[in-house]
Design a protein around this ligand. Structure first.
Ligand code: SF4
Length: 107
């Protein structure tokens, strides 16, 4: 095998490996984390830490099962890792595992 062939093969392999790594990183990232000023987050009272919900404004969280309400106990939450998950309400973005919004539904 010539030097040119080896070099070409190496470059092709490196390019394929890089593409694979990029796809893997994107699929794990699941997009940006929902920002506090995200319009949907504001409309639904989403917060990154469920213990900080203003319960005078969001009665659902003030209810008898309110303490257990957070993204990880929500029926539509899909964990990505220990810290973040995906929520169809915030498609293409990540929510905090300890987050909460007024669309919470018992798992
Ligand atoms: S709907 Fe559920 S998973 Fe989505 S942000 Fe609200 S509490 Fe979290």
């Amino acid at each position: 095998m010539s030097y040119q062939t080896n070099r070409r093969t190496f470059i092709k392999s490196a390019a394929a490996a890089s593409t694979g790594l990029l796809i893997a990183r994107v699929s794990h990232a699941q997009g940006p984390v929902v920002a506090a000023d995200d319009p949907t987050a504001v409309a639904l009272g989403y917060v990154a830490d469920h213990s900080t919900v203003d319960t005078t404004k969001w009665a659902k969280k003030a209810g008898p099962d309110g303490a257990g309400q957070q993204c990880t106990s929500c029926a539509i939450y899909k964990a990505i890792d220990d810290e973040y998950g995906a929520c169809p309400i915030f498609a293409g973005k990540r929510v905090h595992a300890a987050g909460w919004c007024n669309s919470w539904v018992q798992k």
